[in-house]
Design a protein around this ligand. Structure first.
Ligand code: SAH
Ligand code: SF4
Length: 349
């Protein structure tokens, strides 16, 4: 069945008027779906509208089937209509609550330190499924479209967002649209492994969302060893597409750098300084979260502090990102697909 959340506001209006219903019914249906309610939970729609729409469009695109509470974050398993499952992580901060969402079931990029890509790509999420992740969590925490409980959104769960370009852009537009969730673009961050042509295309959309680029090494040799995507999107092209993004949107690009032995020796740090010095960029260091299937480890505290000091002294702005959700395997790169695919099997039976 089609999903009501896959329609943007204009498409929803067309669906309403094509059936001969008055236009304002679209606003009512929109209000219902943004509150993550079902047709049976609203009383301002006439029976005929409810009957037609419930026959053709599913009202809620994902269902939270499990919540895992950690000490500083909360993880959800979202069940999709076809039985697949993706994850999201909710992190309360003093500046507002962030939600990390998934954009694909699995991922085909194959970065060697990441759990999300262990089984490859299963499928893309639709725009409505991504919106469903946000709306389900917002409703769970008592938020409404006007008084949101989810204040910031990061596209950093499983999947490579720019490998699912059209759906992700439609989703971002629905978040920003005043008739959608009316998010400010600077409250949304998209993280990419570095698909350079798509970064430029995204810049041309002029949405102005924050762009995070997963760099993880400043030389092609080291980066290709960690991230196969670097073979067709080398560092020099990645940097010029990030520059293009900054030029078009005025947004400072954030470079993510997960620290592990192979990218953290003095020579690697010097390469990083050389690459980013003088650029309007910020480095977000993350101590690599241990993923047992991958066997790679992070660094000790002392070495991390040394690296931050060296970068800052060289004029490269860098901070260490506090890793949240470690205790619930909800931290970066720990969202794994094995457990999820077993669960999905159960749900299909
Ligand atoms: N596919 C996108 C977004 C999802 S991954 C991307 O790669 O950017 C979100 C972030 O987690 C990325 O910066 C990714 O490189 C990082 N990451 C993946 N595995 C990690 C791990 N084991 N430890 C720390 N960060 C990791
Ligand atoms: Fe995919 Fe990102 Fe994981 Fe790489 S780090 S495998 S691009 S989810």
């Amino acid at each position: 069945m089609k999903l009501l959340h896959d329609l943007d506001f204009n498409e929803l209006t067309n669906a309403v008027t094509e059936e001969g219903f008055p236009r304002y019914r679209a606003e009512q249906l929109n209000d219902m779906r943004l509150r993550y309610r079902d047709y049976s939970e609203t009383n301002n729609l006439p029976k005929a509208v409810k009957e037609y729409f419930s026959e053709h469009f599913r009202s809620r695109s994902v269902e939270i089937i499990e919540t895992v509470k950690g000490k500083d974050a909360e993880k959800y398993l979202f069940l999709l209509e076809d039985g697949n499952i993706v994850e999201g992580v909710f992190m309360p901060h003093d500046y507002g609550n962030s939600l990390c969402i998934s954009t694909q079931v699995g991922c085909r990029m194959g970065c060697v330190f990441c759990a999300s890509g262990l089984n490859g790509l299963i499928r893309n999420l639709t725009s409505g499924e991504m919106l469903g992740e946000v709306l389900a969590v917002n409703a769970l925490h008592g938020g409404t479209p006007a008084e949101r409980a989810v204040n910031n959104i990061v596209l950093m769960g499983s999947g490579e967002p720019l490998d699912n370009y059209d759906n992700v852009v439609k989703f971002l537009k629905m978040l920003i649209d005043p008739r959608g969730l009316n998010f400010g673009a600077r409250s949304i961050a998209l993280s990419t492994s570095g698909l350079t042509e798509k970064i430029k295309r995204l810049a041309d959309e002029k949405l102005g969302v924050v762009l995070s680029v997963s760099l993880h090494a400043a030389s092609d040799e080291k980066r290709s060893a960690l991230m196969p995507v670097n073979r067709s999107n080398p560092v020099s092209e990645l940097i010029s597409s990030a520059d293009y993004y900054f030029k078009k949107t005025g947004r400072r690009v954030i470079f993510e750098y997960a620290l592990t032995e192979s990218n953290s020796d003095d020579a690697s740090v010097a390469e990083l300084i050389k690459l980013l010095k003088g650029r309007c960029a910020h480095v977000n260091l993350i101590n690599l979260n241990y993923v047992k299937e991958r066997g790679l480890k992070g660094l000790g505290r002392r070495r991390i502090e040394e690296i931050i000091k060296r970068l800052n002294e060289a004029g490269v702005s860098a901070t260490l990102r506090r890793s949240m959700g470690n205790d619930i395997e909800g931290a970066c790169g720990q969202l794994r697909n094995k457990y999820l695919s077993e669960k999905s099997e159960e749900n299909r039976q």
